[in-house]
Write a protein that binds this ligand. Sequence first.
Ligand SMILES: NC(=O)c1ccc[n+]([C@@H]2O[C@H](COP(=O)([O-])OP(=O)(O)OC[C@H]3O[C@@H](n4cnc5c(N)ncnc54)[C@H](OP(=O)(O)O)[C@@H]3O)[C@@H](O)[C@H]2O)c1
Length: 413
Amino acid sequence: KITDSLLKIPFACEKIEIIQPIQRHAFAYATIAKKDCFNIAILDTSGNVCVKFHQLTIKPVPDLLDDFFYTVRWKPYSLESANMTAREVMPRNVLIVLSEEAKSLGKILSGFHEKDHIWKCYLGTENKILSEKNYTIDTNSKESFDIIFNKLKAIDIIYFLGGYHELIVEKPWIVQTQENQEKGVLCLFRLVKTLIEKQLIDHTIQLVVFTREGQPFKNKTINPFSSSLYGFCQSLRKEHNKLDFYCLDLHNGETDSQKLMDVLTVFIRNKKENTFCEMIIDSDTCYIKSINRLQLKPSGISKFRNKGVYLILGGAGGIGLALSRYLSEKYQANLILIGRSELNDQKRLAIEKIESLGGKVKYICADARNLASMKSAVDQAKETFKQIHGVFHSAIVLKDQTIRNMNENTFCE
Ligand SMILES: NC(=O)c1ccc[n+]([C@@H]2O[C@H](COP(=O)([O-])OP(=O)(O)OC[C@H]3O[C@@H](n4cnc5c(N)ncnc54)[C@H](OP(=O)(O)O)[C@@H]3O)[C@@H](O)[C@H]2O)c1
């Protein structure tokens, strides 16, 4: 007797007795042993027992969507309840990596560490020793951090400000891409590679990565150069768990220096254990990132249009093709699939399959790293289908490797 609506399937059986083979037509006779547990006999058409299942237990099939969706929440963190008295510690070696655009934040950090040994590394265009503890490094060079770590043999705290900008730069953001990626995520990669090479990474180091408006928060436009640092930071912390790691994203204009000092006192001076923590300081509130389960039930209302036009970057890859088949079958969609490689037989076959489901496909050979190539692809798409209703980013170059084993070319790809 089924008492609830959950689908239940066999999970375990105490004993199975096979008396004779089961015939093509058979009957099952089930008696309840206890809740969700049955004794079952399989009989042939004359009533002879063929197989007996003793104590066959069934279990509900979990609702897969219950533990499927997660979302980010920013929880306010009360600094008032935290211990704000800085512990007295021996002077430590502090390295601040910064660009021209982050000078005033650099000043606040220097003030906070006035009793420590501060080394500064400016991100510039040449390798130069400015004074005993002040250096400029060439952000175009792979060996840029060698100049510092040849002198600095032990390090306790590193502040990385390469993805942080104080100035509102007038140029459109896309024009600044290369320069900013180089000062940001690429410089952090090089810094980490140098720490690995010099065997410093597996000692306890506090690493603080500052960004500006890189985290999606309160529906503000994000700064993509800052955002590009977080994925790398998460991998880094997983691979080097001795790092005591903070990503601090500053929002809302001028940084309140007292608030920042309070945060640093709580997390940097009084830290208790190795951690990875993403934070936002917005006006006078500090938020900490948490990942929460999200209950999303199928709504029955689709955002896709029938015969809509959808552009899929990386569309001829595994996920892109699966999505294309779905959109073609359900919505007879017009699809623009973009990839760097030329059409080949395998892709042609995949496209034929998609079109056989009802939709139309245009494959365009273009590279997402190249603005002109992307503009031309969008123009071609519009020429063919007149408009674009939606865009998916499904491009990736997956070369699974640890940061320790990855070279810079692979990282950039
Ligand atoms: N597969 C999974 O199980 C899975 C699970 C979760 C999430 N994902 C995510 O889904 C996305 C797609 O994954 P996938 O498994 O479909 O990968 P995939 O099979 O390797 O497809 C990625 C496609 O991106 C294209 N591509 C790479 N760089 C490009 C560039 N610069 N410009 C234009 N196209 C470019 C590649 O084609 P060309 O080489 O011709 O350019 C390739 O066909 C990724 O973000 C991945 O993390 C995948």
